[in-house]
Design a protein around this ligand. Sequence first.
Ligand code: AMP
Length: 528
Amino acid sequence: MRYLELIEKTVLERPDAEAVRVSTGAHLTYGELWASSEALALAIARRVEPGSSVLVYGNKDPLMVAGFLACMKAGCPYVPVDCFSVPAERVASIARQIAGGCSAPLVLAVEEFPHVDDMPPVEVLTHEDLCRIVGAGFREGSRRSGWILGEDIAYILFTSGSTGDPKGVEVTAACFDNFCAWDVELSRRGGEAPCGVDGAAPADVWVDQAPFSFDLSVFELAGALATGGTLFSLAHETQQSMASQMEALAASGATVWVSTPSFAGMCLASAEFAQDLMPALRLFLFCGETLPNAVAARLLERFGRARVVNTYGPTESTVAVSAVDVTPRMAASREPLPVGTPRRGTRLRIVDAEGRDCAAGVFGEVVIEGDTVARGYYHRPDLTAAAFGAAELGGAPVRSYRTGDEGCLDGEGMLHFRGRLDLQVKLNGFRIELGEIEEHIRRLPDVAAVAVVAEQRDGRVAHLVAHVVPAGPLAQTPFRAGLALKEQLRRTLPHYMIPKKIAFCEALPLTGNGKVDRRALVGVQAKA
Ligand code: AMP
């Protein structure tokens, strides 16, 4: 795999260069990262067959990164699960899906693995085990022939599923390598990376904020290590207060920033968040949700030496497939901001309801064709067939993916994003299928019907409201019943999927054809 080879190059040339540093202090050099991943790869290979999915559980820790590389070297797809954003029952749901593929999935538990009743049998290597394996070192290197390659699955990312269970996107080694090449190119466009101390090697420091269970984190994971730079991870605890975050960023030496626009928007609330805080910062990379003009404009104002790049793409096409440099003029004059022209290896099409290509300037569904389109959804041939297909690009066969996004291409081939054609929303950068929340509420006792709607403010989703029809009279006040319902939901859904408000009603409004009239529910004052 090209990605591993690029890392190995730095291991050989500059083994003492810092590969991973966490805001809490933990760090690994390239030499240490490589050795750790070799030892872990052998431990994995002794326990499971190549091709078996391995769940890597934890938050921001160098061992997580070593675990990912180890899986790639052992020929096993890794399934990153963040211990803070994924509740135990959801971890069990993911483990059950993986267990469907092999008998007892292996778990690299960098943090303590949760135990719940419906967790399937798993083989857990605890933090202690992992440290012991890494500490014992390795006598023989992992066999290069065992490294993942081409159509092998590199990782599986579980994202919100409208049926009630998260669905796993299978990203191949080829997708990863192809994305990685573009990521590196994108980061170098408009100026080389700064030079290392020896004046030779590029030494970018990439800020890593998104949990590893979100594909945004692949942006910096791929970019940092493929270029011999440093992955600087903001640990969950650091992200709990603005002061500790600013302190960590000030000490980071960051040169490349990757986050959702929401996170950067939050940082802008601190007056400190400016070029003086990170003097070497030269590039902001955004993806995952609309980049508000005001956020882009303020960043360009406060960081005089940095480019702001808006990128677009779903997990199903490996992080991002288009990009555009946002200039101060663009930020002042084009609202909403465009989301970019496609990378080499990707074709973007806009199709109407019948699948016919739309003319320039006409809105339709965005279809992505190219060499970073994922293989499909793990063990879900039905969902895969509905969204993925075959296409041809430059004479080579590629996959296509129907995004469910509404957009248009202008005369210059620039993509403009207008919203979703279905019930998927983005709240603070988190991808949420409203249908998944509804399914979890419907499973609760005493619920007859439910509709969850997204309330907007300033053109963005501000919060979610669940309109619930109880199966009988409420046993307590609506306020208390709402709190109890949220409490039950917290056991199975991540925090960002819990509706802010629960509104109890006698019936849901219906449209002429008998469907729930969601538009009529938007803006209805809810009681929490
Ligand atoms: P995820 O799989 O979590 O990356 O979410 C993918 C979805 O996020 C896309 O299908 C879009 O709906 C949305 N998205 C991604 N990038 C952008 C962007 N630059 N602007 C607006 N929406 C975006």
